[in-house]
Design a protein around this ligand. Structure first.
Ligand SMILES: *[C@@H]1O[C@H](CO)[C@@H](O)[C@H](O)[C@H]1NC(C)=O
Ligand SMILES: *[C@@H]1O[C@H](CO)[C@@H](O)[C@H](O)[C@H]1NC(C)=O
Ligand SMILES: *[C@@H]1O[C@H](CO)[C@@H](O)[C@H](O)[C@H]1NC(C)=O
Ligand SMILES: *[C@@H]1O[C@H](CO)[C@@H](O)[C@H](O)[C@H]1NC(C)=O
Ligand SMILES: *[C@@H]1O[C@H](CO)[C@@H](O)[C@H](O)[C@H]1NC(C)=O
Length: 655
């Protein structure tokens, strides 16, 4: 061998050594730019996300390189077509990605990259990223090769649309205590809401739809683990402290049950990530937890160009422990603050982000915080749905309010409703409550909007029916709501903001002893023009509340001699519509009109229909249409197709 040859080999070996053991998992997903097929080809956006040993790429991923989106991280490799109908349209996807996340103590960095390909309709093929090597501390596959394989399809679905692949998100590294059985759920989601999703272990060999080795060194990477495919739940026990295992999964979408039993998925999405086994802790071992500000699995609608700020709030339950690091997975361009410690035992990270048009659709954020004894919180993931607004619960006003009832109501009143700015559904999470409080803050009743049958959702309205009215005569009440009591109908259901203002929705109970005798109001009232039941515009007396009971006072009876009970705090008083113009009316009795619940809800129902008609084009927006296609989407000839699509999505949401 010539000296040159020897030099070459030693250089090569050296490079291999430096380069070795740097892979930490990833995923590949795809979606059509526009899911309505037109012409003979489709633009498909392919997304890759990879995690690497951070020190393998210089300069190391840092807040500065994340903000600058430069330089990229990753091997100078490409994803190649390995099976199916390969063709010149697949030009290979470059592996380097924009860095989005890193952990210095764990020496891991992750990044994401999108590229659009124009692919003929009705082809399917698999793309693979296969190389070496995984790192050494893996129970199965240490220093072995990796392979990550995804299936792309432009086959027009039986419903006439182009398919979007499922999406699954995970932190690159999840810490789990050894010798304890763990149940880890991988969240799967799919924009094609009617698809049946399944996950399975990736396999070596060519027996799957990908016809290519899907996992190389890390097939069956978690010894003894069980996988429940329908909900992607991994049940496993780690036995070796300070070592890692790799999970290699494929998430697949099936058009219907027949396709599922025939095992003919449309696409196949790989997801590979790591579990790290930490030794059984001594002393206080309660893991820290992410307690806010949004609940796990929240879905938040944001618009392109919004300045999004979200807090991750972490609580430490063991005295003397602190949060020193976190593992995360966030969209390109999102920046994270340093770990802050606003009060004892509470830590927080501030996420800031201005979504750009190319990020239209769901963007996941996952965080797992790590304490100084290497114990990690459970994975906390939220989804930002870019391009969709979260519903707002409309602040009630006297008479022409969006909530019913407000003002003075009978003690036997049992039906309450509130209107929202867009069509809403029941939240997908349990533990999303609506609360009814006494004015002094004592809880009277709460309902879990996630499942309790007393709360129902129709169009733009949430209705709460009490089986038995719990009200006390003369008492004042207010209503509050958790984040997500109203959830939009798109994809993961963007959530309403929490409502904790005690003046937001207030009502009080008619006291017969007081009102039927000598009530005299000193405040003058006036009339206003409002749109009322059913459709006409008319003048009505602002003294009438939504229940038809005459408002005898506009503030709690604080000083009257006939006041039967203690005075509620003034902040809870229904002061929003205090009349100001002079008037001449003095009311002394209760209005005879007692509206039935139906009448009470009717204006809301009518408004709902009107709003709904106006909202149809927005509702029908294909999630992945981009903003440049927006004008096109409002083309009336497309609205029929979009309405069908909306139906499809709605069917899913109802499940
Ligand atoms: C997953 O499905 C299995 C079997 O149907 C069920 O026992 C389990 O509770 C489910 N897990 C979750 C987290 O839903
Ligand atoms: C976003 O809002 C935060 C806090 O309000 C502010 O510090 C930041 O400068 C804003 N970013 C942009 C791009 O406007
Ligand atoms: C509620 O109470 C009012 C006044 O006492 C009465 O007129 C009305 O019929 C009651 N409604 C129901 C449903 O009991
Ligand atoms: C919510 O709670 C109800 C009652 O406990 C239960 O039947 C239902 O399965 C729960 N749903 C979810 C999604 O956990
Ligand atoms: C709040 O007011 C209600 C009704 O007046 C009363 O039953 C309850 O004890 C009060 N709670 C507190 C904490 O004052």
């Amino acid at each position: 061998m010539t000296p040159d040859g020897i030099l070459f080999i030693s250089l090569f070996l050296h490079l291999r050594l430096i380069d070795a053991s740097h892979f930490r998992g990833g995923t590949i997903t795809s979606r059509p730019y526009n899911n309505t097929p037109s012409g003979s080809s489709a633009d498909v956006i392919v997304r890759e996300r990879w995690s690497w040993r951070r020190s393998a790429y210089s300069p190391n991923c840092s807040p500065a390189t994340i903000a600058a989106q430069n330089p990229k991280i990753g091997d100078s490799n490409t994803l190649s077509c390995v099976s199916g109908t390969c063709g010149g349209y697949w030009t290979g996807m470059p592996v380097p990605t924009f860095c989005t996340d890193f952990s210095a103590p764990l020496d891991v960095a992750s990044g994401e990259y999108y590229q659009t390909y124009t692919i003929p309709l009705n082809v399917q093929f698999s793309i693979a990223f296969a190389s070496g090597a995984w790192f050494g501390n893996l129970i199965v596959g240490g220093n072995g090769n990796w392979a990550v394989v995804g299936r792309i399809s432009t086959v027009v679905r039986p419903d006439g649309y182009l398919n979007t692949s499922p999406v699954a998100v995970s932190l690159p590294i999840l810490y789990k205590e050894v010798n304890v059985q763990h149940v880890h759920v991988v969240q799967m989601s799919d924009f094609d809401g009617t698809d049946i999703l399944q996950c399975r272990w990736s396999v070596g060999g060519t027996s799957t739809i990908n016809q290519y080795n899907e996992c190389a060194g890390v097939c069956n990477g978690i010894p003894g683990a069980n996988l429940i495919g329908a909900n992607c739940t991994i049940v496993f026990t780690l036995v070796t402290p300070s070592w890692y295992v790799a999970a290699a999964l494929q998430i697949e979408d099936f058009y219907n049950a027949a396709a599922l039993s025939a095992n003919t998925p449309m696409t196949s999405v790989p997801l590979q990530f790591l579990f790290y086994g930490y030794p059984t802790p001594t002393g206080c071992s309660t893991p820290p937890a992410i307690i806010g500000s949004r609940p796990n699995r929240a879905c938040i609608g944001v618009l392109v160009g919004d300045n999004v700020t979200e807090l991750v709030i972490i609580q430490v339950y063991c005295t003397g422990k602190s949060i020193i690091d976190y593992v995360s997975s966030v969209p390109v361009g999102m920046t994270k603050s340093a770990i802050q410690n606003p009060s004892t035992g509470i830590y927080q990270i501030v996420l800031s982000w201005v979504p750009v048009a190319s990020q239209y659709g769901p963007q996941a954020v996952c965080v797992g915080a790590v304490d100084n004894t290497n114990i990690q919180t459970n994975q906390w993931c939220i989804t930002f749905l870019v391009g969709f607004k979260s519903p707002d619960v409309i602040r009630p006003k006297m008479v022409q309010g969006s909530a019913s009832p407000i003002g003075t109501i009978f003690q036997n009143h049992t039906t309450f409703s509130i209107q929202t700015s867009i069509s809403v559904n029941r939240p997908t999470r349990n533990g999303t409550n609506i609360y009814f409080y006494f004015a002094n803050g004592t809880l009277v009743q709460k309902y879990d909007c996630g499942w309790e049958p007393e709360v129902t959702y129709t169009g733009f309205t949430i209705v709460i029916r009490f089986p038995v009215a719990p009200w006390q005569p003369g008492a004042f009440y207010y209503v509050n709501m958790d984040s997500g009591v109203a959830s939009g109908t798109e994809f993961c259901g963007p959530e309403s903001a929490p409502m904790t203002d005690p003046t937001f929705w207030v009502f009080n109970i008619w006291n017969p002893a007081l009102s039927s005798t000598t009530t005299t109001t000193t405040t003058p009232f006036t009339t206003v023009t409002v749109t009322t039941k059913p459709t006409s515009t008319t003048s009505i007396n602002t003294l009438l509340t939504t229940t038809g009971i005459v408002v005898t006072t506009t503030s709690p009876p604080t000083t009257t001699s006939t006041a039967p009970t203690t005075a509620p705090p003034t902040t809870a008083a229904p002061t929003t519509a205090a009349p100001t113009s002079p008037g001449s009316t003095t009311e002394s009795t209760v209005a005879v009109l007692y509206p039935k619940d139906f009448i009470c809800l009717q204006p809301i129902a009518i408004l709902t229909a009107a709003f709904f008609a106006a909202m149809v084009p927005v509702q029908g927006l294909a999630l992945f249409a981009t903003f440049t296609k927006l004008a096109n989407t409002f083309n009336p000839s497309k609205i029929g197709a979009q309405a069908r699509h909306r139906q499809r999505m709605k069917r899913v949401m109802k499940k």
